[in-house]
Structure formats: structure tokens, C-alpha cells
Design a protein around this ligand. Sequence first.
Ligand code: S3P
Length: 428
Amino acid sequence: MDIIIEPKEHLLGQIRVPGDKSISHRALILSSLVEGTMEIEGLLEAEDPLSTYKCLQELGVEFNGDWNRLEVKGKGLRGLREPDNFLDAGNSGTTARLLLGVLAGQPFFSALTGDSSLRNRPMGRVTEPLKKMGASLDGRGSSTLLPLYVRGRDLTPLRYTLPVGSAQVKSALLLAALFTDGTTEIIDPFYSRDHTERMIQYLGGRMKRKNERILFETPLTLQARKIQIPGDISSASFFLVAAALAPRGELLIEEVGINPTRTGILDVLKEMGAGVKILNEREYNYEPVADLFIKSGAPLKGIEINAEIIPRLVDEIPVLAAAALFAEGETVIKGAGELRFKETDRLSALTLELRKMGALIEELPDGLVIKGKAGIRGACCSSQGDHRIAMSLAVAALFAQGETVIQGVETVQISFPGFFELLKKITS
Ligand code: S3P
């Protein structure tokens, strides 16, 4: 499906964005493993969490009620059943990697696959440490690619230093640790998103973090407790950047998760000169939440974005690249090589697509250099089948000269159904 975006000068609204994708996956998985029945409110109803939901159904988990207020009958740690078919993670790396951690510890056989993009994404980063815990996994490329075949068994605790700043890897190992007896120690020098740690603690797990060191003691029983999912800051980012770039207007985004491992976008937008304010801070199930306000019209300047902050804004680089197109001076993004392993190679995809709009953008092995104010014009671009590329192009198109066609926009269903409707609402 194609969409046409016309340039806009003015943006105004008070909106909410759908539930946090990362927290939604974790809520679905962990609620399936609790003792008792619990309720999840505000889940993201999009293709990625739906992949997790369907896999869990195949594993015997019962869900009732509507998606906005879902009741989950937890199976306890040992109550899942052997699936009688392939589990399909679709396009979702989080589904695949987190479920591998769970499946490795089950007393049954399972097979996990995904779509063509996911079947080419690296899984060795999860299978290699899981094998150190005693997991039996097999698949193409010495068990580094889906489909993967898992012969579940009892696992042993692990002491492991994460070699990549990936919350999916860290979470897979913490989930696998649920099926061990002892202390698992994970060293996370990257401080990647910590929703799994927070949710396990909320559900009664004994987990401590001291600087880079996470200590997790098992065995344990997870307790049923209600979970409320805040809006996704990664989804909010498209609107924050659009509001920052608009010549006139203001935007209030209510009920957004502001977990400090995710708020790199706010720091960067402030450093670029945008007028962002964090209001009405509160907490849902150990997750900080706030309303975000942004006033349009402040001139933006190019900045340097370095390796250290990347894990805190890894999904926001595409929309920050859109922001950089209209900032004064140069924006340099470094230490972002992980973007090559997302739904597409996002560094290449951004370079290719933004050049079609006249961007002066250079691709580095681990980043991008973007010269701002290069006279961005409407063009015919492609999402490359990646939801975040589609939405970032839409934000850039709002401030280009002339109209832009974006092909393949159905991909926004992965994380943000209703994105284009909401964009239209605040720009008309
Ligand atoms: C996610 C972690 C990040 C992020 C992805 C969601 C998660 O991936 O890009 O969209 O929910 O744990 P990596 O763990 O590969 O960095």
C-alpha cells in the first residue's frame, strides 16, 4: 500500500500512542508463567505482540477478554504444553529471542521460525549463551539462524558478560534463568532496556542490579499481579520529532513510558534545541510514566550521537535521521552498527531512501553523517518493509518541498496501527 504525504506548517494536538511494544511482549510472556490469573491493561495490539500471543496460545496459554484488558491464566513455570506445530514469531525479533529463553527450559520439544526478514537475523547471540546453560538447540548456520529446534531441559545458572548491547539477549537469558536453581549473573555494560528485570521484580522475583552486574536468584514462583502498559516512547518519538520540526504548533503526548533506559530520544532532542518537557511523572508496575509536551518552532542544530547513548535510543535513530535533515549543521551518528541487524539494515535503508529526497547523507560502517538543510524535496520512497523506516520517511515528508509517496506502508501494522490516521489528525 502507498501513501501520499503533503508538506505541513502547523501541528497541534493532545494524543496518546499505543502501548509499549517491549513491555507488551514481556507482559504476555511473564503472565503466562505466573501462578494464578492476572490482568494486562493497554497491551499494544499490533502484529509483533500478536506473534507472541499466538505462540503462547500454541503453548497452551489461555487468554480471555479483549486486547485492551486481557485476562491471562498463568500456567506456572512448568505448565506450558508441547506445541504440535512450528511456533511462528513472524517479523518479531523480541518474540523469537525471548521465547527461545523460555523454550530452552521446558520439558518438551519445540520448533521456532519467522518471516524471511527474521530468518536472516542473528540468533547465535542468544543460542550460544543458552547452550552454556545446558540448552539443546539446533538450526542452520550452527544454530545461529531460524528455524531453530529446541529440545527443552533443565538448565544451569550462568555467569555471562553480554558482548552486544541487546536487551533481547539479556531478557532471553533472564527468562531461561527462571528454569535454573542458583544465581545467574549477567554483566550488562550497555545498560540496555531493563523492562524484563523490572517486571520480574514486580512479579516477586529476587533480582538485583549493582552497576553493570545483574544478579538473579532462583528458584522462584512468579506471582499474579495486574500490569498496566504505558504508551511506547519509540512510537511517541515520531510525533515528538514531527512537533520539533514543525514551524508552528504544540503537542501533548499523554501516558508515555519514560524508563531511563529508553529516554535517549528526549536527551538528544533537547540537545538539538527542541523544547521538550516531561510532565506529571508517575509509575505503573515499577515503570516510570509521564506526559510529554513539546512546543514547535525552536531551531534545531546538528549534534554528535555516540555509542554510549545508542542502546537508549536504538529504535529512534531512523526518526532522528529525519530530524537531522532539517537541523543546522552536521549530525554524526556513531557506534550504531546494531542497526544493520534490525528488520532491515537500517543504516543502508535510511541512506538509500533519504537520498531520494535530496538528503546529503553518508553511510559509515557503524553510523551516518547527515548534513542538514540540504533542500529536502518530496520523492517516491519505499518503507523497505520496515515499520520504523516507513514512519520516519513520513515525518521527513511533512517538511519536504512537494509531496512524497511512501510505498509499503502496511508495515506500520508491526508496531503502530493507526499511525497515519493520528498523523493526519494532528496536522490537519
Ligand atoms: C527490544 C530490544 C531492542 C529493540 C527492539 C525491542 C526489546 O533490540 O531494537 O525493537 O524489546 O528487548 P535489541 O535487543 O536487538 O537491541
